[in-house]
Ligand binder design. Structure first.
Ligand code: SD4
Length: 340
């Protein structure tokens, strides 16, 4: 397999504020070089001008629409927490999206089961796993965070909690998803589908005008998974992690691989040690590769955003992309990757 764009190539892409045009082809990483970033730090403070805020980044093409909703909050001076919740709700409620919320592909028995989590700048976090019948699990996760002493609710208990909080029971299995699942049942391969294309989980990271970070992650998980399977997306430290002193990260792809390396927590810790968001994502991807005997068909991508509004992304395979919105513009950014 061919190695692709390496870090040094795209670290030259630009500096903060230099991403001008909306583009679908730019390589990932925004865009202080390591040296520039160091010099900012060495001067002692990062001035407001140097910090690229507010900014929101999210996974895949559906991130563009989600970012618009998040941007509305950020631009009006709202919190990153509100922004990421409002942002990913758009994707959850889109019946055309087959990997998140309404219209999500079911498990192998035909049940749409959802995982989501949210984390703010005060290390507060909330999560729901294996939740059925609720269109916006991210908002249930936020309620877990704000209205309970717990971090995570799962299954029937999460559903009962959501109903108590006034969420409505909804049939999430759209005709389209049902037909696809029925077709899949004819072959009965019982092999979860692993996507390398642009229609996966939404993970979103935002830095608000106050300079605070938050993140959200929500998914229907791997299509046709075993009933009861939970991926990385509701697990704080795996699918999402935020540390307001350092940065935030989220993951998309095969959740089992992300969980095995505590993926998003690792990305944040690497940034704490001085890595740029891009370098941190690369190291986490390579950790996954080195810890698995075979990554064939195992796509994983990470996004990271730090306190200066610098972002990066990296994936095992070509095909991952992220949506970015900041004060200059909005656009898609192709992720760098290890393998074609
Ligand atoms: C999961 N990470 O459930 C999610 C699914 C996903 O790209 O992101 N697919 O494992």
């Amino acid at each position: 397999m061919e190695k692709s764009k390496n870090r040094r190539e795209f670290l030259k892409v630009g500096t903060i504020g230099s991403i001008g045009l909306v583009t679908t082809t730019m390589a990932c990483a925004s865009e202080t070089t390591t040296e520039e970033h160091d010099s900012i730090q060495a001067e002692g403070e990062t001035s407001a001008k140097e910090i690229n805020k507010p900014i929101v980044v999210s996974t895949w093409n559906h991130g563009l629409d989600a970012n618009k909703a998040a941007w509305k909050v950020l631009d009006e001076g709202g919190s990153a927490l509100d922004a990421v919740e409002q942002g990913v709700r758009v994707t959850e409620s889109d019946p055309e999206n087959g990997s998140v919320g309404l219209g999500g592909r079911p498990d192998r028995d035909g049940n749409v089961t959802l995982d989501a989590c949210i984390m703010d700048h005060q290390n507060e976090c909330g999560s729901v796993a294996f939740l059925q019948h609720i269109e916006n699990p991210i908002s249930v996760a936020r309620k877990v965070m704000e209205d309970t002493p717990h971090v995570m609710l799962a299954g029937q208990g999460a559903l009962e909690f959501a109903l108590e909080k006034g969420f409505k029971k909804t049939n999430l299995l759209t005709e389209k998803s049902k037909e696809e699942w029925e077709k899949w049942c004819e072959e009965s391969k019982y092999k979860p589908i692993i996507n390398r294309e642009n229609h996966d989980t939404i993970g979103m990271l935002a830095l608000d005008k106050e300079g605070n970070l938050s993140g959200a992650c929500t998914t229907s998980g791997l299509a046709y998974k075993l009933h009861g399977r939970v991926g990385d997306s509701p697990i704080i430290g795996a699918g999402l992690f935020v540390d307001n002193e350092v940065g935030a990260a989220c993951a998309t792809g095969v959740g089992e691989a992300v969980i095995r390396i505590a993926g998003s927590a690792i990305v944040v810790e690497l940034m704490r040690q001085g890595k740029s968001p891009q370098e941190a994502c690369e190291e986490a991807v390579n950790r996954i590769i080195s810890k698995h005997k075979n990554v064939e068909d195992m796509q994983v991508g990470f996004i990271a955003l730090n306190k200066t509004g610098e972002y990066g992304c990296h994936a095992i395979y070509k095909g991952f992309n992220i949506a970015r919105r900041d004060q200059q513009d909005e656009g898609m950014v192709d992720s760098t990757y290890e393998n074609e």
